[in-house]
Design a protein around this ligand. Structure first.
Ligand code: ZN
Length: 172
């Protein structure tokens, strides 16, 4: 019976599929081409990018009674207690290296232009864990727990600075 049903299939269901270009319209434009260096800043994230352009790393801290948790990436509510009493705060810029991976192949611009690079996850001194890059140090010299310090690299076509990290070398 299933076979007979298949023979009667006139293919109408295929015609109902949306054309490929309609599917593409549903996908954010940035994800179709090269990955953006920074996300588009909106009213909420604008202070973060403005501060980065001035050489300051911002995190968010909850001011709710009994909480006080800091977080990153920036959210409009506290991921610990869900309070909306959350405010921008300048981070010290100090961090320690949690993990990393040296990337030797990536066809996507702008990453393809700076291979190899070190994708990393760092623990900010204030507590939040952050995805970033470590620059200025070969991968073989990196160690878990290394002290790092934020550095701001001019980014994409709009010139937005992107926070990355260098190995911290005290000047003593
Ligand atoms: Zn909280």
């Amino acid at each position: 019976m299933g076979r007979a049903g298949a023979e009667r299939d006139d293919g109408a269901h295929l015609a109902r599929r949306p054309p490929r270009h309609e599917l593409a319209d549903l996908v954010p434009r940035q994800s179709l081409g090269a990955l953006p260096v920074t996300r588009d800043a909106d009213a909420f994230t604008r202070p973060y990018w403005d501060a980065a352009n001035q050489g300051r790393l911002l995190i968010r801290r909850c001011h709710a009674a009994g909480c006080g948790a800091a977080h990153h990436y920036p959210r409009e509510f506290c991921p610990r207690c869900w309070s909306e009493d959350v405010h921008w705060e300048r981070a010290s810029g100090r961090a320690s290296l949690y993990t990393w991976s040296v990337v030797h192949m990536n066809d996507l611009s702008p990453f393809s232009g700076r291979l190899p690079y070190t994708a990393a996850v760092v623990d900010l001194a204030e507590g939040p864990r952050m995805m970033t890059e470590v620059v200025g140090c070969p991968g073989f010299a990196l160690r878990v727990g290394m002290d790092l310090y934020v550095h701001f690299r001019p980014g994409g076509a709009d010139g937005t600075a992107v926070p990355v990290f260098r190995v911290f070398r005290p000047t003593v």
